[in-house]
Design a binder for this molecule. Structure first.
Ligand code: E4P
Length: 214
């Protein structure tokens, strides 16, 4: 499983990129709005940090508008991926982007048939939202497993991005259940590194080293 960072904050993207683990970036309208910056400018700034896939979401709800927006976004850099909601118009836009050779990430996926439809329309990625399903008492992880099984049985190349990942257990289970990618807030990626035995071990090595050099 690869790690994407789920943010539009350039400092956070740089931090994960410098760790050498960044395989992509996902943004959404809420994450961009939080930054209070120009959307296209921000996508350009992100693409200057990384040449990994950077998802930029369309705002239009009709296919024609999505296609027009996506074409403009795709001009920003070759690694821009157009993020489209899983609606009938969204799939129409995805099939057009596929014909044009523009990569897509179909978002707001909450069922395996939504994921299969997106894949059949040519989606490069599908994004099932784990945390939001868990929030309403459904099993987000079961959805990841179903999609992974269906894609494997039917030899479907669309990659699964486990999204709405809120904590380390979500990421561990997503990896175990066959997600190709998890898109994760930078703060959660950094949480993966925390272990009291690592901290204690470093402290002990440093203390022993200091004593030996006296
Ligand atoms: C994914 O592409 C979305 O940006 C994101 O994972 C949504 O997460 P949330 O449910 O925590 O807002």
């Amino acid at each position: 499983m690869k790690f994407f960072v789920d943010t539009a904050n350039v400092e956070q993207i740089k931090e994960i990129h410098e760790m050498g683990v960044l395989a992509g970036v996902t943004t959404n309208p809420s994450l961009v709005a939080k930054e209070g910056v120009d959307f296209h400018e921000r996508i350009k700034e992100i693409c200057a940090i990384t040449d990994t896939p950077v998802s930029a979401e369309v705002i239009s709800l009709e296919a024609e508008g999505m296609i027009a927006e996506g074409k403009e976004l795709a001009k920003i850099a070759p690694n821009v991926v157009i993020k489209v909601p899983v609606t009938a118009d969204g799939l129409k836009a995805v099939s057009e982007f596929t014909k044009l050779g523009i990569k897509t990430n179909v978002t707001l996926v909450f069922s395996s048939m939504q994921a299969l439809l997106a894949a059949r329309a040519g989606a490069t990625y599908v994004s099932p939202f784990l945390g939001r399903l868990d929030d309403i008492g459904h099993n987000g992880m079961e959805l990841i497993k179903q999609i992974a099984d269906i894609f494997a049985i039917h030899d479907i190349p669309t990659e699964i991005i486990a999204a709405s990942v809120r904590h380390p257990i979500h990421a561990i289970d997503a990896a175990l259940h066959g997600a190709h990618i998890s898109t994760i807030p930078a703060s959660v990626i950094k949480q993966f590194l925390n272990h009291p035995l690592t901290d204690q071990g470093i402290e002990k090595f440093m203390a022993d080293w200091a004593n030996a050099s006296k």
